[in-house]
Design a protein around this ligand. Structure first.
Ligand code: ADP
Ligand code: TRP
Length: 358
C-alpha cells in the first residue's frame, strides 16, 4: 500500500515565495517521487474563518488551482481538489469537535494571533496572555467577536488530514502546531473508542528542517497579511524592484561580525534559491567585510526570477482555461470523496451513529 501525502493552502490571495518554498515545491517533489498517493487541495472552508468577500474568495480559489498546476502538480499523478467539494469533511468536522477541548484550541499560537487581530489588540502579549485573552474573548462586543470557526480551525485541518488517512503532510514551520494537534486528536479518538483507526501524520520536508521564508522588510515571515510578499505571479520588473528595496544595514565593519536579522534574512532566502557555492561566496565576502549588498541583492533577484518566471508564464495560460480547470477539479472531487466517504462511514460506525432503517 502506498503512503498517503496530503496538504492544502487557503485561497486568501496569490501564492508567494514562502508558500512555494515552504509548501508547494515539496508537494511537487513528493508527486514526482511516484511512491505516494498524493492529495493537494484548496482550503476554501478555512478561508471562511476570516469572512472574505464571496466573489473574491471564488476568484482566489481559481488563482490557487492555477498556481498549483503551474508549479507542476499534475491531475493524472495527484488528486487536486477544492475542500468544499468534499461535503464529508464538514460532517466529520462536526463529529470530531465532540472530542476537542475549547481550552486547547484557545492556546494555539495561530488562534491567539488571529483573535488578537479580531479584537483589535495591538499591545505585546503579556505573561498572563492566555487568561487575558480569554477574558477579552468572552467580554467582546458582537462587532469585535472572535468567530467560532476561527477557534475550531485546527479541528477542520485535522479532519482534512484524517479523512484521507494521510501519513505525510508537507507544510511550513508555522503549521507544525496544527499538525501536533492533529496527532493528539487522532490518539484521543483511538483511545476513547478503543480502536486503532487513525494513524498519526508527520510533516515532511525531504529530511530538511521545516522552512520559514522571511520577509524582505527586516523581520518576521513572508506572509499575505504581512504585505511583504514576492508573488509567483509578480513580473520580473516587480520582483527585482522588491528585492533591491530589501532592508539591510550599513555593512560589516569587523571580520566575522554576527549578521543583523535583515541581512540574515537575505542569506536565508539565497540559500533556498541559489547554489551553495554562491552562498559561500557571499558569506565569505560578508566575513571579510568586502560584501556589497547591491551585488547580493542582484544575485538574489536573478535566482528568484529564474525560479518563478516559467511558473508565472504557465499561471497566465491556465487561469483563463475554464474548461481545463473544471475538468481537473471534477475529477479531483470524485477521487477525494471516494476515500473521504469510506472514512466517514467507519467513523460513524465507531461512534454509534448508524441508521435504524438500513
Ligand atoms: P500565509 O501565511 O501567507 O497566509 P498560508 O497560511 O496560507 O500562507 O500558508 C500556506 C502554506 O505555505 C503552509 O504550508 C505554510 O506553512 C506555508 N507558508 C506560508 N508562509 C510561509 C513562509 N514565509 N515560509 C515557509 N512556509 C510558509
Ligand atoms: N492551515 C493551513 C495553512 O494555513 C492550510 C490547511 C488546511 C492545511 N487544511 C490543511 C494544510 C491540511 C495541510 C493539511 O496553511
Amino acid at each position: 500500500m502506498k503512503k498517503i501525502v496530503l496538504s492544502g493552502i487557503r485561497p486568501t490571495g496569490q501564492l508567494h515565495l514562502g508558500n512555494y518554498l515552504g509548501a508547494l515545491c515539496n508537494f511537487v517533489k513528493m508527486q514526482q517521487e511516484g511512491i505516494y498517493d498524493s492529495y493537494f487541495f484548496i482550503a476554501d472552508l478555512h478561508a471562511l474563518t476570516t469572512n472574505p468577500d464571496p466573489a473574491l474568495l471564488h476568484e482566489n480559489v481559481r488563482n490557487v488551482v492555477a498556481e498549483y498546476l503551474a508549479a507542476g502538480l499534475e491531475p493524472d499523478k495527484s488528486t487536486i481538489f477544492v475542500q468544499s467539494d468534499v461535503p464529508e469533511v464538514s460532517e466529520l468536522y462536526l463529529l470530531l469537535n465532540m472530542h476537542v477541548g475549547i481550552g486547547e484550541l484557545m492556546r494555539t499560537a495561530a488562534f491567539k494571533d488571529k483573535a488578537r487581530k479580531a479584537l483589535g489588540i495591538t499591545t505585546a502579549p503579556s505573561a498572563d496572555d492566555d487568561a487575558d485573552m480569554a477574558k477579552e474573548i468572552i467580554g467582546a462586543q458582537s462587532n469585535k467577536r472572535v468567530n467560532a470557526g476561527l477557534l475550531t480551525y485546527p479541528t477542520l485541518m485535522a479532519v482534512d488530514i484524517l479523512i484521507q488517512r494521510a501519513n505525510f503532510v508537507p507544510v511550513g514551520k508555522d503549521q507544525e502546531q496544527h499538525l501536533e494537534l492533529t496527532r493528539r486528536f487522532a490518539r484521543r479518538f483511538n483511545a476513547f473508542y478503543k480502536v486503532d483507526y487513525f494513524e498519526e501524520p508527520q510533516n515532511f520536508n525531504f529530511g530538511n528542517a521545516a522552512v520559514k521564508v522571511p520577509g524582505l522588510d527586516g523581520s518576521g515571515k513572508m506572509g499575505k497579511s504581512e504585505g511583504n510578499c514576492l508573488y509567483l505571479a509578480d513580473d520580473e520588473k516587480t520582483l527585482r524592484k522588491k528585492v533591491m528595496r530589501a532592508v539591510t544595514d550599513a555593512g560589516p565593519t569587523e571580520p566575522n561580525q554576527p549578521m543583523a536579522e535583515p541581512v540574515q534574512n537575505l542569506f536565508t532566502i539565497l540559500k533556498l534559491v541559489a547554489p551553495q557555492e554562491l552562498v559561500q561566496q557571499f558569506t565569505d565576502a560578508y566575513n571579510d567585510c568586502s560584501i556589497r549588498y547591491g551585488d547580493l541583492k542582484k544575485a538574489l533577484a536573478d535566482h528568484i526570477v529564474a525560479l518563478t518566471t516559467p511558473i508565472r508564464e504557465r499561471i497566465i495560460d491556465i487561469k483563463n482555461d475554464d474548461a481545463y480547470l473544471a475538468r481537473v477539479l471534477r475529477q479531483g472531487a470524485e477521487q477525494a470523496r471516494e476515500r473521504a466517504s469510506a472514512t466517514l462511514r467507519d467513523v460513524r460506525e465507531i461512534m454509534g451513529i448508524t441508521p435504524f432503517w438500513k
